[in-house]
Design a protein around this ligand. Structure first.
Ligand SMILES: Cc1ncc(COP(=O)(O)O)c(C=O)c1O
Length: 421
């Protein structure tokens, strides 16, 4: 009998394999998710928010939370998200510009399926969020074009040359191309795109009329000075003479409340909203996550979400600053890293002859530590072998500090071995 349908009863996304982040015998520095200690308060605050929300549904709202929701989400939840983000971003977020999603992964898939000509182009950073790449590859008629990435963001010359060469007029979709990026605390490199680069991207998107999709899941997690512009979208100023509406911000509560909640939002310019809201997928099912959106609305209304997010933020900040400090003093000086000022990830460059996948094997064998080798994030086959990414999100500071210190020791030893072979 075939066993293809047998089930392993997994408890979480990273369960059942060598990436099990909950395995106490291995220190997994690969996973970009909040740790156990950070999610622990969720049961209590969600219980309170659920009771509040459902009481109101029963008493005054005819239980409409269980009905197909308005396509973009109820006014109430969009208003809560807009109010919160306006405070965090220090720039206005309009509730009319928001569309509720089930998180940034779904937001991206939704945009790929609706906004771009299927014979078109997807421009991406040469190293980018690996699972976004997996989503893009489902759209087999689209061509993925990697762009050079510098320490301050995408290389604007490279972007212009590659866009200019490929531009065409789409007969059936709004855009002939999308540039997908993570401008604020980039995954995997941890960098923050400079103001010059952000302005340049917006200028090019207007000139060549392509859509910029910003994966904005880390934006409020700044650990130094707060960036003046909290998201690239705010450079696409609506009062400009050449404004068209070329940038979408794809946000999520996964990193700041909990990934299992599956709630996010798209912040979209007015010209794109009707096309998105008239799409079959959103009209057939209504709001992508009406029930959960209602509960999270109560979480904000009751002031339970705000301190929870603040707790996660403080923990991430403490973890990132501690990891940066260990790397600054203990990373072999033939390696390089740009200390991130926010987000989840640190991107480390090894000396030329040292291969990150081989170091990963060595590190697992000698120190029981894992991370993700750079080639997983590379668009082009064979690239990224000199890099690896570590995440600061899951483990507590003490465990991280000890682990990073042991990783640096292992790296020192491994570099010596490579040099002598
Ligand atoms: C850049 C980026 N986008 C999206 C996601 C996933 O977001 P969500 O849980 O909202 O789908 C992640 C998670 O690692 C990420 O790093």
């Amino acid at each position: 009998m075939s066993d293809q349908n047998s089930e392993r009863k997994l408890k979480h996304l990273f369960d059942g394999g060598e990436w099990n982040v909950y395995d106490p015998t291995v220190l997994n520095l690969g996973v970009g998710a909040p740790g156990t200690d950070l999610l622990e308060p969720c049961c209590d605050i969600f219980q309170e928010a659920t009771a509040h929300c459902l009481r109101r549904e029963k008493e005054v709202n005819q239980s409409l939370i269980f009905q197909y929701g308005p396509t973009n989400g109820t006014h109430e939840i969009r208003n809560e998200i807009a109010k919160y983000l306006t405070g965090m971003y220090d720039s206005p977020v309009n509730c009319e510009d928001l569309i509720v999603t089930t998180g940034a992964s779904q937001g991206l898939h939704f945009l790929l399926s609706t906004m771009i000509d299927f014979n078109g182009y997807l421009f991406v950073d040469e190293y980018t969020y690996m699972i976004a790449l997996d989503s893009m590859k489902h759209f087999t008629s689209l061509t993925i074009v990697p762009l050079k990435l510098n320490d301050d963001g995408v290389d604007l010359n490279d972007l212009e040359v590659k866009v200019k060469d490929r531009r065409f007029k789409s007969e059936n979709k709004e855009f002939w191309a999308i540039y997908y990026t993570i401008p604020t605390y980039h995954n995997p490199t941890g960098i923050l795109f400079s103001q010059t680069v952000c302005r340049g991207i917006v200028a090019l998107s207007r000139k060549y009329d392509f859509l910029v999709v910003c994966d904005d899941v880390y934006n409020i997690l700044h650990y130094g000075t707060k960036p003046q512009h909290s998201r690239l979208l705010s450079y696409d100023t609506r009062t400009d003479a050449d404004y068209g509406g070329n940038v979408i911000s794809n946000g999520s509560f996964s990193k700041i409340i909990g990934p299992g909640v599956r709630l996010g939002w798209l912040e979209v310019p007015p010209r794109l909203k009707p096309q998105l809201l008239l799409s079959g997928i959103i009209n057939s099912g209504g709001c992508f996550n009406n029930y959960t959106a209602g509960i999270v609305g109560s979480l904000f209304e009751l002031q339970l979400a705000q301190p929870h997010i603040a707790r996660l933020y403080a923990a991430y900040k403490e973890r990132m600053l501690a990891v940066n400090a260990v790397l600054k003093s203990e990373l072999p000086n033939t390696c390089r890293f740009v200390a991130p000022s926010g987000g989840y990830f640190v991107w480390i460059r090894l000396p030329n002859q040292v291969n990150a996948s081989e170091f990963l094997e060595y590190c697992l064998e000698h120190e029981k530590i894992t991370f993700i080798a750079g080639s997983r994030f590379a668009v082009e086959e064979g690239k990224g072998q000199q890099f690896f990414r570590i995440s600061i999100a899951f483990h507590k500071k003490e465990k991280l500090v000890d682990g990073i210190s042991r990783l640096c020791m292992a790296l020192n030893a491994f570099i010596k071995i490579v040099k002598h072979t």
